[in-house]
Design a binder for this molecule. Sequence first.
Ligand code: SF4
Length: 359
Amino acid sequence: MTLIHRKDTRPLKVGNVMVGGKDQVVIQSMTTTKTHDVEATVKEIERLEEAGCQIVRVACPDERAANAIPEIKKRINIPLVVDIHFNYKLALKAIEGGADKIRINPGNIGKRDKVEAVVNAAKEKGIPMRIGVNAGSLERHILEKYGYPTAEGMVESALHHIKILEDLDFHDIVVSLKASDVKLAIEAYEKAAEVIPYPLHLGITESGTLFAGSIKSAAGMGAILSKGIGSTMRISLSADPVEEVKVAKELLKTFGLASNAATLISCPTCGRIEIDLIKIANEVEEYISTIKAPIKVAVLGCAVNGPGEAREADIGIAGARGEGLLFRHGEIIRKVPEDTMVEELKIEVDKIAEEFIQK
Ligand code: SF4
């Protein structure tokens, strides 16, 4: 399924990565290391990049973290977002240090001259700002108006921060409206997409551990993506952030929104199974996780229904007694011995991925 994705958001650049204005959703994640620990932070960012993370965010809670930004920036390849809560001095330091984007809510910075200082610095460097609305920390006047966090209140909060930036003629804005309540997040993003022309950063906050959080995030962000909303996203998990990237990639593949990742099709297995499918499927999944082409690879337990069931696969393997059947788009191309079938599949996968990349 290829979705009609919302392209009419105002495009902007985070480093060399375009966000908004196109039919693609950029994958982000956030480091879990202490930002002032440059070695550990850079190492984690390298792992995230390898997994497919396109933009990375670091927390900047204090001066030590802000001082580490130039060195981190020098040693990584993907754009760096610096997350600041309200301290304008840290924001200025992060911008000066080479941040490709900052995440700060202008309404929380304080006096107008401080807001102006941050906006001017961002303008000078040509970097965008993300306004991060969170259902759990809405402004008091909004909570008093609505009584509790609502989608309307979240959008109102976003518009309040947007206005501060627009009044200063700043328009390189990204907006997120995170909530841990999935229904609330869906509603907030839907309402925001109607009135906010800037790219939306999707997120379900505090979603939980790897298993539960992935399902919750997929349910929420899947609903939002299915409406064509979202230009960038982060899956938030209480897990290794590499897992966040893997989940994001898988989710985007589901909607045909990832142009640089391979998909595995594997059968659920049944009594007709002829091979150790679960082991093979996991091995193949691991293998294709670094392939940067949108190919589909199938692993099926038997040849009875297998190749026909996985007709959309660019390449696949079906177990037969003592051997494997290699097939392309549902047609068997040759038989391979059981003990080498996974290796043969990998060789074919590489060939097809190469063809896609050459195209
Ligand atoms: Fe069963 Fe074969 Fe279908 Fe797998 S491919 S579910 S083993 S019939």
